[in-house]
Design a protein around this ligand. Structure first.
Ligand code: PMP
Length: 390
């Protein structure tokens, strides 16, 4: 008798059942092109993704250069737009040089796999973004994960290692919006001759003078031991990523980073849009001030209403919910009343606490902020200590 062959994906049945039972199943929802919802869920911090200059730059770049970049950056995938964007990004943020990637994720993998060489140690904050965690996993260096925002733990980890060291941290942590203590982390790194890599995905366009980012705000931009990474998909309203740093580091990435060499270059439309958005930001520094002001207002009004909102150091405000189901219900109730908020559940939250996450936007009116607060308060689950799911 021939035996039925085993089903190679049988394990998925059990895994999806467990996920459903824990209230953690995820589904995609198609958004409409236009919407009457007040948006506190997207990463369009400066309201630039639909700015006519930005969309026109995308369209013009596609007409001129084509829909795709046609190849990897080192072969046919580099246009004059890529060069211009790299030059202006470096100039704006205060770094010597920049390299553009097809995503912020790819930029982070590039920075960590290239700089985290065999024999070196990467010290990584436990709250870091998934792309940094994956960068550590792919790097040939050893990784030490340290407690959240803890310079003393960074010192200890660096001191425990003989070879070269590197510390990596988000500038603004994406779940709660809290800031890394960059000045103290930089001091610890310098005391040990280690490099500091800062993921400024949520800082570019929001922090520092005119939105020049966290490294610029902390006086670290342009220093020989500091590297920053960024996404073009949040404040710059487009898509893509970048690494910013000393010219010799950028040169090394261009020659050795696998996500640069083996990945198709960023599409011309995305490149042109990011460049137009960057120029808009440079010309309108008040956008960075406004997004921070909206975040502070959201936080103040929510805490006055008794909700345990996290203090906003940048543009992100989070409010814990008692369970994943409560977070999902809260977000759905908001949506029904015209407000779009993010819902974060495990495994996207490192501490297992589900939340609604609000991202401030520079183009929200005071009336919209008011309305958002009223909706959030009216639909909030009963206040109690947030429960850990695991
Ligand atoms: N780092 C952080 C902190 C992020 O929040 C994100 C985007 N979610 C990324 C990196 C990745 O950027 P991208 O979406 O451009 O790949």
């Amino acid at each position: 008798m021939t035996q039925e062959p085993a089903d190679p994906f049988d394990w998925i049945r059990e895994s999806s059942r467990r996920r459903r039972e824990a209230g953690l199943d995820r589904a995609l929802r198609y958004r409409d092109a236009t919407s009457s919802l007040v948006d506190l869920a997207s990463n369009d911090y400066l309201g630039l993704t639909r700015h006519p200059d930005v969309t026109e730059a995308a369209a013009e770049a596609a007409r001129r250069w084509g829909a795709g970049s046609t190849g990897s950056r080192l072969v046919t995938g580099t246009t004059a737009l890529h060069g211009q964007l790299e030059e202006e990004l470096a100039e704006f943020t205060g770094f010597e040089a920049a390299l553009v990637f097809s995503s912020g994720y790819a930029a982070n993998l590039a920075a960590l796999t290239t700089l985290g060489r065999a024999g070196s140690l990467i010290v990584s904050d436990e709250g870091n973004h998934a792309s940094l965690i994956d960068g550590c996993r792919l790097a040939r260096a050893r990784t030490a994960v340290v407690p959240h925002r803890d310079p003393a733990a960074v010192r200890k980890a660096l001191a425990s290692h003989q070879g070269p060291g590197l510390m990596v941290t988000d500038s603004v942590f994406s779940v709660d919006g809290d800031l890394a203590p960059l000045d103290r982390l930089s001091q610890e790194c310098r005391a040990r001759g280690a490099a500091l890599v800062v993921d400024d995905a949520h800082g570019l366009g929001v922090l520092g003078e005119g939105g020049r980012g966290a490294a610029h705000a902390g006086g670290l931009a342009g220093s020989p031991d500091t590297v920053s990474t960024a996404t073009l998909s949040k404040s710059l309203g487009s898509q893509g990523g970048a690494v910013l740093g000393p010219a010799r580091v950028i040169g090394e990435l261009r020659n050795a980073a696998r996500t640069f060499i083996f990945d198709t270059g960023l599409a011309p439309a995305a490149t042109g849009a990011a460049l137009a958005a960057l120029r808009r930001l440079r010309g309108e520094p008040e956008r960075a001030l406004r997004v921070r002001q909206v975040a502070r207002t959201l936080h103040r009004r929510l805490t006055e209403a008794g909700l345990p909102a996290t203090p906003p150091d940048a543009a992100v405000v989070s409010v814990p919910a008692p369970t994943p189901e409560a977070a999902v219900r809260w977000a759905a109730d908001c949506r029904e009343r015209g407000l779009w908020v993010g819902c974060f559940r495990p495994p996207s939250v490192p501490d297992g606490i589900s939340r609604v996450r609000l991202t401030a936007r520079a183009d929200l009116t005071d009336a919209e902020v008011d309305e958002a607060v009223t909706t959030l308060v009216a639909t909030a689950p009963p206040v109690g200590g947030p429960a850990r799911e695991y």
